[in-house]
Design a binder for this molecule. Structure first.
Ligand code: HEC
Length: 508
C-alpha cells in the first residue's frame, strides 16, 4: 500500500483548523493521572478507605474517574450521585451550593483536600461514605487540586469550539472497497446535510476517513492515527473486519464510542450497532424453526464454512442452547452432507450452495437457515427442490419503509449516484448516523464520550422510517433484538415473509 493511500483523508467543508488540545502543565498532567488511574507521581501506592467500615484498597482500584467520570460529570449508580466536579460550581460561583441534600459554602484548596482525605465538605457535613477517603501525599494533593481546576476545560479529543470530529476506517482497495465507497458516500452526504442546517449545538461535523489497508497491523496503525493525530471523538460505521476484537480493546482503553459495527467475536460496551448481528439474526430463524416448522429440540446443527466464522458459530450454538436447543459443537463444512432436520449456516454464499448440493447428493432435504447478508447471493442458483426449505433472516424488509424513509433513501441515492440494489448497506449506515446524531443532540454542547455512551444507551423506539423501531439499553448494544424471517420460494427466487420481526427472548 502506498503511503499516500495510507494517509488519512481529511474531509472538511471549510478551512480546517488544527486540533487544539488543551495544554496541561506537568503538575496538572500528574493530577490527571491520579484522577483517572489513581496513580501517584512518586512511587508511593495511594490508598482509599471505603465505606462505613474504612476498608483500605489501592486508589488505582477506585480512581476518581470511575465514579465521577473522566469528564467529572458524575455517574449515578445506586442511591447516591457522585458530585459534579466542576471548579466553577465548587469554588468560583457565589452563594451556597446544594448537592445530595447538603448545603455548603465555596470550596478552597484546603477544604477540597479535607473533602478528599477526610470526607467532610466546607459546611462541615459528612460526605456520603460512598465517597472514599484518600490518603495522599502533599504533592499528590497539589497535583490533583491543580487538575480539578482544569477538569471542566479538559474536553475529550475531537470536541472543539466550532467542530466535532468523527472518524471512520474505510478501505480504498480490496474486497471491501466498493462497500467502503458506499458507506463513505452515505456519511459524507449526511454530514453535509447536517452542516447545512447549522451542525449540532453550534458545531460543524467533520468526517475523517482513514484507510485500514490490507491487514491487522496496517488497520491498527490507521486506527491509532485516527484517534491520536486526527483526534476523532467517536467512530462511525468502520469497515475493518481484520481488527475484530482488537478494535473493541482499543476503544475500551481510550473510552471511544463507536456506532455502526459488530465485532465478529465478543463485543464491547463501547460499540453500538443499530442492526442485529448475525448471531441474533440466526436466533430469530431458530425461533421460527421451533414455533412454526415444529423442529424437535435436537433438530438443529450449526455448520460453518471458513475459519473466520468458527468463533461466531460457537457463539451461536451457545445461544441456541440457552434457548433450549440440544446440539453438538459447531461443525466445519468440508463438503460432507450433514445429517439433521435443520442446519444453521454461517459462511459465504458459495459454500452455502455447496452445502445444499452435498445434502441433495446424499438424498437429504434439511431446512437451511442463514443470514441474508451472508448467503442471499446464492439462493437464485438453488434447484427448485429447496423451495420453502431455505429461510433467511433480514434486519429489515421493504414493508418497514415509510414514505418519509423511502424519500430519505431515494434522495440520498440520487444525490450520491448510489445503486438502489445496495440498499442494505445504505440503510445500515443511515441508521448509524441517525442514532449518533440523535444522541449528540441530546447531550448538548457539553459533549463528552461518556455522555455520548450514556445518551446512546438511553435511546428507545427511534423511528428511522426504514427499519423496525431501534433502541439500546443498559448493556444492550444492538438496536434490534431480532430479524424478519423470509422464506425462499423457487424457481424465482421469490421472497415470502414467514415471520415478522420480533425480539428474540434474552438477546443482548
Ligand atoms: C466509589 C466512588 C467514588 C470515588 C472513587 C470518588 N468519589 Fe468523590 N464522591 C463520590 C460520591 C458518591 C460523592 C457524593 C457524596 C455526597 O454528596 O455526600 C462524592 C463527592 C465528592 C466531592 C464533594 C463535592 C461536593 O460538591 O461537595 C469531591 C470534592 C470529590 N468527591 C472528589 C473526589 C476525588 C478527587 C476523587 C479521587 C481522588 C473521588 N472523589 C473519588 C463518589 C466517589
Amino acid at each position: 500500500m502506498s503511503t499516500a493511500k495510507a494517509l488519512a483523508v481529511l474531509i472538511s467543508l471549510s478551512l480546517c483548523t488544527p486540533a487544539l488540545a488543551l495544554t496541561l502543565s506537568p503538575q496538572e498532567q500528574a493530577g490527571k493521572r491520579l484522577y483517572r488511574e489513581g496513580l501517584s507521581s512518586s512511587d508511593a501506592q495511594l490508598t482509599a478507605r471505603v465505606g462505613a467500615s474504612d476498608l483500605s484498597v489501592p486508589a488505582s482500584v477506585l480512581p476518581c474517574a470511575s465514579c465521577h467520570g473522566r469528564d467529572g460529570r458524575g455517574r449515578a449508580e445506586g442511591g447516591v450521585r457522585p458530585s459534579v466536579l466542576d471548579w466553577q460550581r465548587l469554588a468560583l460561583s457565589q452563594g451556597a451550593r446544594q448537592s445530595n441534600a447538603r448545603s455548603y459554602p465555596a470550596y478552597t484548596d484546603a477544604s477540597l483536600a479535607r473533602a478528599i482525605q477526610h470526607g467532610v465538605d466546607p459546611g462541615g457535613n459528612r460526605l456520603d461514605p460512598a465517597m472514599p477517603r484518600f490518603e495522599l501525599t502533599l504533592a499528590d494533593q497539589r497535583n490533583l487540586t491543580a487538575y480539578l481546576k482544569r477538569l471542566a476545560e479538559d474536553r475529550d479529543p475531537g470536541v472543539e469550539e466550532g467542530v466535532l470530529r468523527l472518524g471512520t476506517l474505510l478501505p480504498a482497495d480490496g474486497p471491501l472497497a466498493e462497500a467502503g465507497r458506499v458507506v463513505r458516500a452515505v456519511l459524507e452526504d449526511g454530514v453535509a446535510q447536517l452542516n447545512q442546517q447549522g451542525g449540532i449545538h453550534g458545531r460543524r461535523l467533520e468526517l475523517v476517513v482513514a484507510d485500514p489497508g490490507p491487514d491487522q497491523a496496517s488497520a491498527e496503525q490507521a486506527l491509532m492515527r485516527l484517534l491520536d493525530q486526527e483526534q476523532a471523538f467517536a467512530l462511525i460505521s468502520p469497515l475493518a473486519p481484520m481488527l475484530d476484537q482488537r478494535l473493541a480493546t482499543v476503544l475500551e482503553q481510550q473510552g471511544v464510542p463507536l456506532i455502526g459495527s459488530t465485532p465478529r467475536s465478543g463485543g464491547s460496551l463501547q460499540m453500538f450497532d443499530p442492526l442485529p448481528g448475525i448471531a441474533t439474526q440466526l436466533l430469530s430463524l431458530a425461533v421460527h424453526a421451533r414455533e412454526s416448522l415444529g423442529l424437535a429440540p435436537d433438530g438443529l446443527r450449526v455448520v460453518y464454512a471458513g475459519n473466520d466464522q468458527a468463533a461466531l458459530a460457537e457463539q451461536v450454538r451457545e445461544r441456541l442452547q440457552q434457548q433450549g436447543w440440544v446440539l453438538p459443537p459447531a461443525e466445519a463444512f468440508t463438503g460432507q452432507a450433514v445429517e439433521s432436520q435443520g442446519i444453521v449456516f454461517l459462511g459465504r454464499a458459495r459454500a452455502f450452495a455447496e452445502l445444499a448440493a452435498a445434502a441433495q447428493a446424499a438424498g437429504r432435504e434439511p431446512y437451511l437457515f442463514a443470514s441474508s447478508g451472508q448467503v442471499a447471493g446464492a439462493v437464485a442458483t438453488l434447484p427448485t427442490q429447496w423451495s420453502n426449505r431455505v429461510f433467511l433472516a433480514y434486519p429489515f424488509v421493504p414493508g418497514d419503509w415509510t414514505e418519509q424513509g423511502l424519500a430519505t433513501l431515494a434522495g440520498l441515492q440520487q444525490r450520491q449516484g448510489l445503486d438502489p440494489r445496495q440498499a442494505s448497506l445504505q440503510v445500515n449506515t443511515l441508521c448509524a448516523l441517525q442514532l449518533l446524531t440523535e444522541a449528540l443532540k441530546q447531550i448538548g454542547r457539553d459533549a463528552s464520550r461518556e455522555r455520548l455512551v450514556a445518551a446512546l444507551e438511553g435511546l428507545h423506539d427511534v423511528d428511522t422510517g426504514l427499519t423496525p423501531a431501534l433502541g439500546f439499553g443498559p448493556g444492550r448494544r444492538q438496536g434490534m433484538a431480532g430479524a424478519h424471517v423470509v422464506a425462499v420460494a423457487l424457481p424465482g427466487p421469490r421472497f415470502i415473509s414467514a415471520a415478522p420481526y420480533r425480539p428474540v427472548p434474552d438477546s443482548p
